[in-house]
Ligand binder design. Structure first.
Ligand SMILES: *[C@@H]1O[C@H](CO)[C@@H](O)[C@H](O)[C@H]1NC(C)=O
Ligand SMILES: *[C@@H]1O[C@H](CO)[C@@H](O)[C@H](O)[C@H]1NC(C)=O
Length: 308
C-alpha cells in the first residue's frame, strides 16, 4: 500500500523535478539563547547567516505575540529585517490556549501587506490537531477570519503528515486555504538513519496523495513539507534514531536534498540551535532534547556545508 502511494507520487511529481527544484526554507524561533525576544537586529543577523551559507529565501515563524509570556511582537520585528535582506517570511499564528485573537492582532499590527514579497503568507496553528489542543472546526473558523483580513494572501496550516494522510484533516483541505504544511520526522518514527530517507519519502507521498485526492487536483493547493530535520550532536536518541551532526548531515543530503530535487518545497527544522528550548515527548512517552536541531549552532555557525 505504501509503495502504491509512492508510485502515484512518482508519476505526479516527476515532471516537476525536471523543470523546478523545490525551495528550501528554515523554521525560525523567535527567542534568543538568553530567553529574550528576537528584535529586528537579531533577525537581521539570522538572515545574514542564512544567506551566506544556504540557498534559502524563506523562513517560517510559529507565534506572533507571545512566547512564554514575553510580548515578542515577532511580525513587527522580523518583517523589516526580511525586507532589508530580500528574504520572505511565512508568519505563524499560535492559537492554542485561547491565543488566537492576540496572535492575529500582532500580525495586523505589523501591516504585513506593506512588505510586498517579503510577506509570504500566514499559517494558523502548528500540529494542534495532532496534540489535540484545538479542533478542525476551531481551525476552519480561524482560517475564515484570517481570510477576511487578507483576502489575497497565501494562508494555510501545519500538522503532522499522518494527520493529512489519514483523513482527519480532509475538511481543512477543502476549506479556504492555499498552503498545506505536512510535517514529517523519521526521527520521531524511531527510524535508523539508514531507513530515514525511505521513511520520509513514504510519509510525504502518503500526505501529498491524500491532499491531491481530496482537493481533486495535482496543484490546487501548494503542498509543502512544513518541518523536517534530525537532531545534531548533544541531542537524544529515539529508538533506532541516533542524534549527531554526522547523521544530521546524512539526512540533509540524502532525504532533504532528495525531496527538494523532486520539486517539493521544504522548511528545515530548524535554522539555529535553541539552548533555551524545553524538551519534548514522543508518542512512546520518551523525553527528547529539542535544543540541538539547528543546521547552525546558536552562535550562527553552520554545522556542515548547507548546500545541496
Ligand atoms: C490521524 O492522525 C492524527 C495525527 O497523528 C491522529 O491524532 C489521529 O488519531 C489519526 N486519526 C485516525 C482516524 O487514525
Ligand atoms: C523503513 O521505512 C519504510 C517506509 O516507511 C517502512 O515501511 C519500513 O518498515 C521501515 N523499515 C524498518 C526496518 O523500520
Amino acid at each position: 500500500m505504501h509503495y502504491r502511494a509512492l508510485l502515484s507520487v512518482i508519476i505526479l511529481v516527476a515532471p516537476l523535478a525536471v523543470s523546478a527544484v523545490g525551495t528550501l526554507g528554515f523554521c525560525l524561533g523567535n527567542m534568543n539563547p538568553d530567553g529574550s525576544c528576537k528584535t529586528t537586529a537579531d533577525f537581521a543577523a539570522d538572515f545574514t547567516a542564512i544567506k551566506a551559507n544556504t540557498d534559502a529565501k524563506v523562513v517560517r515563524t510559529y507565534s506572533a505575540s507571545d512566547q512564554d509570556g514575553h510580548p515578542c511582537n515577532t511580525p513587527s520585528q522580523i518583517l523589516p529585517a526580511a525586507k532589508a535582506a530580500g528574504m520572505q517570511v511565512l508568519l505563524g499564528i499560535w492559537p492554542d490556549g485561547g491565543g488566537y485573537t492576540k496572535e492575529k492582532a500582532a500580525i495586523d499590527a505589523a501591516n504585513p501587506a506593506s512588505f510586498g514579497d517579503s510577506f509570504y503568507g500566514i499559517t494558523v496553528g502548528s500540529e494542534g490537531i495532532y496534540r489535540g489542543t484545538y479542533t478542525v472546526e476551531d481551525l476552519i473558523g480561524w482560517i475564515q477570519d484570517v481570510r477576511k483580513s487578507y483576502p489575497n494572501a497565501q494562508i494555510g496550516t501545519a500538522d503532522t503528515w499522518n494527520g493529512w494522510a489519514n483523513g482527519s484533516m480532509d475538511s481543512i483541505i477543502t476549506s479556504d486555504i492555499n498552503l498545506v504544511l505536512a510535517n514529517g520526522f523519521p526521527y520521531w518514527q524511531y527510524q535508523a538513519i539508514s531507513n530515514a530517507t525511505e521513511s520520509y519519502f513514504d510519509a510525504m507521498a502518503q500526505a501529498l496523495g491524500r491532499v491531491q485526492e481530496v482537493s481533486k487536483g495535482l496543484n490546487k493547493l501548494h503542498f509543502i513539507n512544513g518541518e523536517t530535520g534530525w537532531p545534531g550532536t548533544g541531542g537524544t536518541a529515539a529508538g533506532a534514531a541516533i542524534a549527531g551532526d554526522d547523521n544530521m548531515k546524512t539526512y540533509w543530503q540524502s532525504a532533504m536534498c532528495g525531496l527538494l530535487d523532486w520539486g517539493v518545497d521544504i522548511f528545515w527544522f530548524e535554522a539555529f540551535d535553541e539552548p533555551n528550548k524545553p524538551d519534548s515527548t514522543g508518542d512512546n512517552g520518551q523525553v527528547s532534547s529539542e535544543q540541538h536541531w539547528g543546521a547552525f549552532s546558536s552562535g550562527r555557525i553552520a554545522k556542515f556545508d548547507l548546500h545541496c
